[in-house]
Write a protein that binds this ligand. Structure first.
Ligand SMILES: *[C@@H]1O[C@H](CO)[C@@H](O)[C@H](O)[C@H]1NC(C)=O
Ligand SMILES: *[C@@H]1O[C@H](CO)[C@@H](O)[C@H](O)[C@H]1NC(C)=O
Ligand SMILES: *[C@@H]1O[C@H](CO)[C@@H](O)[C@H](O)[C@H]1NC(C)=O
Ligand SMILES: *[C@@H]1O[C@H](CO)[C@@H](O)[C@H](O)[C@H]1NC(C)=O
Ligand SMILES: *[C@@H]1O[C@H](CO)[C@@H](O)[C@H](O)[C@H]1NC(C)=O
Ligand SMILES: *[C@@H]1O[C@H](CO)[C@@H](O)[C@H](O)[C@H]1NC(C)=O
Ligand SMILES: *[C@@H]1O[C@H](CO)[C@@H](O)[C@H](O)[C@H]1NC(C)=O
Ligand SMILES: *[C@@H]1O[C@H](CO)[C@@H](O)[C@H](O)[C@H]1NC(C)=O
Ligand SMILES: *[C@@H]1O[C@H](CO)[C@@H](O)[C@H](O)[C@H]1NC(C)=O
Ligand SMILES: *[C@@H]1O[C@H](CO)[C@@H](O)[C@H](O)[C@H]1NC(C)=O
Length: 585
């Protein structure tokens, strides 16, 4: 199946470096940009191809360009380096890691709360350490050691908080807000829910945990935690929200626990005057449709970057096409996938000006017809990418409509950002995060291992089969070779998460006598028919279940890998072969 999109050579030509030592040039560029030095480490196994080098050269040239967002300015070097990981070689279907914006944001330590509370949500209980509201009767009541613990007793929450701080802070967990404890399955048990963030987390999203605690009255009227359940064991404290059925559905709303913090509803444009006051950049579908997701991101961010350059609202088509290459067992391209299955639309809405295509088209047509009184909606149609963003800077029309009619590869969105435009357009990488729904699964997997695990990334698949281009990969990732290498760098009986595209589940069995092996498929329940993810994506999908596809697998593998204490990569650590084939590193 050839869905790979060869990059046009004319794009490479203007920047083709003549330097005999690409890696030296890269190092030089990196020391010019202090942050990218770190990043090079983060990305780990990037082998810079010529095209990538070209991007870096452009990057250095483009450093003078100041993006409007001050936060972005500080991480411009980082996002540029992320750009460097993507093009060309990785436009193939992703079978490797898949970083997005949140992975490359610098950690802002000043945002980490010193102690355990931040703005308490309405459901949160006041922190007793700060509000001494314990009255004498309460103290007297729970002082009776024969009385069972009452979960509403403020001392219960305090005991849990103190316990959590002691037990998990060394696991880098920051506790944010707590909900009111509720009774567990029997007396003496309370279920407590809270929001937390891992200190290593780059995004500022909050995640939920709820655990079951067993408590007993201690000496001196205290309450003590005597036992605590595993990650998300306190099911009675899981917050319930009624599922919002898609309009037209007659079935009654069901109460299901879902992540009530996700708000990725599609915004409406508002009034006619509001619509006409704004300016839009509209891309019709081009040749990128149904290509690999990397090409989708690369192209999408080009459009979004152009919209920011032109100070316009970008019209986003939330219905994307998943290349069949992500589901080899099915093999066909699948249209009608919701952008929100994969990416965080809520974050996108907050970090860029976007409007959803269907809403936009509906309003456009509605108000176009009424526009008899002089103020018609003006449109500038742009048939080819050869019209540069710079030429459109002064355009006054309400809508700039890029049409991408030509044959491939003339009709790829990303061609707009090639050549001279690359100096002006910054791809807003920080706008693309992975879907919070997927990240909830990542958090659950890391949580089940109590964030105390190491990980290895084992690339096999078509690369291992191609002995011409990757001569040693197959042997270096054989079970015996893995045992040999990993026992040297990872402690015996440690939790070992294996992120891999090896489809055979038992392939790694030889490692099981040395480590506690975890594979994504061990966590099937998290996207199975009773899972939170299943319920949530079904809600997005108009009540139809959403299959858990190959792209989602890679996205989750990537993020679990990034959270590991020790990380072993295929390229660099397991094999001397280059990521992109012979002589590319
Ligand atoms: C990048 O794409 C160009 C054009 O298709 C090709 O010649 C070159 O070999 C590619 N580089 C890599 C590392 O795949
Ligand atoms: C971290 O966040 C604070 C508060 O938002 C901000 O003032 C500061 O500039 C940020 N630091 C970095 C390095 O981004
Ligand atoms: C944080 O908590 C510790 C003990 O839990 C306390 O000693 C310290 O004063 C607190 N710091 C702040 C800033 O509240
Ligand atoms: C627990 O305490 C609350 C008030 O503090 C009271 O309303 C409730 O009845 C008590 N429950 C039990 C089982 O004692
Ligand atoms: C109980 O409280 C008294 C006085 O407040 C104190 O002297 C004693 O050490 C405490 N006992 C325990 C076990 O905490
Ligand atoms: C949720 O559904 C239940 C019935 O299943 C209903 O009693 C309750 O009022 C609903 N809550 C909201 C907020 O709609
Ligand atoms: C979700 O976000 C939109 C703005 O994008 C806001 O208008 C709406 O009230 C939010 N809904 C909830 C339930 O928070
Ligand atoms: C961007 O556009 C908005 C309205 O569309 C306008 O208020 C703002 O001044 C513009 N900013 C620049 C820098 O052109
Ligand atoms: C998903 O929804 C079903 C009912 O539609 C419910 O039985 C199940 O418990 C839910 N699963 C989760 C994890 O919320
Ligand atoms: C993997 O390789 C990188 C780069 O060579 C090295 O920095 C890192 O320490 C290695 N990791 C392990 C676990 O050996």
């Amino acid at each position: 199946m050839t869905r790979y999109s060869p990059l046009s050579t004319d794009a490479d030509a203007p920047h083709s470096p003549t330097s005999s030592s690409p890696s030296a040039a890269v190092t030089a560029a990196a020391s010019d940009l202090p942050l990218s030095q770190k990043l090079v480490k983060v990305i780990g196994n990037v082998c810079f191809s010529f095209f990538v080098l070209a991007v870096l050269v452009v990057t250095v040239v483009a450093v003078t360009y100041q993006p409007p967002d001050p936060w972005l300015t500080s991480s411009a070097a980082l996002t540029n380096s992320l750009s460097a990981t993507l093009p060309n070689s990785t436009f193939r279907p992703d079978d490797s890691i898949l970083p997005t914006g949140e992975d490359l944001v610098p950690l802002n330590t000043s945002l980490i709360p010193v102690n355990s509370t931040d703005s308490p949500s309405s459901a949160a209980v006041p922190d007793l350490v700060n509000s001494p509201s314990t009255t004498s009767e309460e103290a007297g009541e729970s002082c009776n050691p024969d009385k069972p613990v009452n979960c509403s007793d403020p001392k219960v929450l305090n005991a849990v908080k103190a316990f959590n701080l002691k037990a998990y802070t060394r696991r880098s967990i920051i506790f944010l807000s707590y909900d009111k404890p509720v009774p567990g399955s029997k007396t003496g048990e309370c279920d407590v829910a809270w929001r937390f963030r891992n200190r290593k987390e780059k995004s500022w999203r909050r995640y939920r945990d709820y655990r079951r605690f067993r408590l007993a009255p201690g000496d001196n009227c205290t309450i003590e935690v005597t036992w605590v359940g595993k990650f998300r064991s306190g099911t009675n404290a899981a917050k319930l929200r009624n599922r919002t059925r898609s309009p037209g559905s007659s079935s009654p709303s069901v109460r299901v626990p879902i992540d009530s913090e996700i708000n990725d509803t599609i915004p409406t444009v508002g009034s006619e005057s509001e619509f006409k006051r704004a300016k839009y950049l509209y891309y019709t579908r081009g040749g990128d449709y149904c290509k690999s997701m990397n090409q989708f991101i690369w192209s999408f961010l080009c459009g979004l970057g152009e919209a920011q350059f032109l100070n316009r609202t970008f019209v986003i088509d939330l219905s994307i096409c998943l290349s069949g290459a992500y589901n080899p067992w099915y093999g066909k391209d699948e249209e009608g996938k919701d952008f929100r299955f994969y990416f965080d639309f809520e974050h996108l809405k907050e970090s860029a000006s976007v409007v959803e295509e269907k809403e936009f088209l509906r309003d456009w047509h509605r108000w176009e017809k009424k526009g008899k009184n002089g103020n018609k909606i003006s449109v500038r149609k742009v048939p080819t990418y050869k019209v540069t963003p710079m030429q459109l800077k002064k355009e006054k029309s309400t809508v700039i409509w890029r049409q991408f009619d030509g044959p491939e590869p003339e009709n790829y969105w990303y061609r707009v950002c090639e050549g001279r435009a690359a100096k002006y357009i910054q791809r807003p990488w920080q706008a693309i995060w992975k879907s919070k729904r997927l990240m909830n699964i990542v958090t659950q997997i890391a949580g089940k291992m109590e964030w105390d695990y190491d990980a290895v990334h084992v690339v096999r698949g078509w690369k291992a089969q191609n002995k011409q281009v990757w001569p040693n990969l197959d042997a270096d990732t054989s079970p015996e070779a893995l045992v040999g290498k990993l026992t040297k760098v990872i402690g015996t009986r440690r939790n070992l998460y294996i992120a891999t595209n090896e489809p055979f589940y038992n392939y790694f069995d030889k490692l099981r006598s040395h480590f506690k092996v975890h594979l994504l498929d061990d966590y099937k329940d998290m996207w199975g028919a009773n899972s939170e993810w299943y319920n949530e994506t079904m809600e997005l999908n108009g009540g139809e279940p959403v299959p858990f596809d190959g792209y989602m697998r890679v996205a989750i593998d990537t993020e679990v890998l990034y959270r590991a204490k020790t990380r072993v990569e295929t390229f660099n650590n397991l094999t001397r072969d280059c990521k992109d084939g012979v002589n590319t590193c």
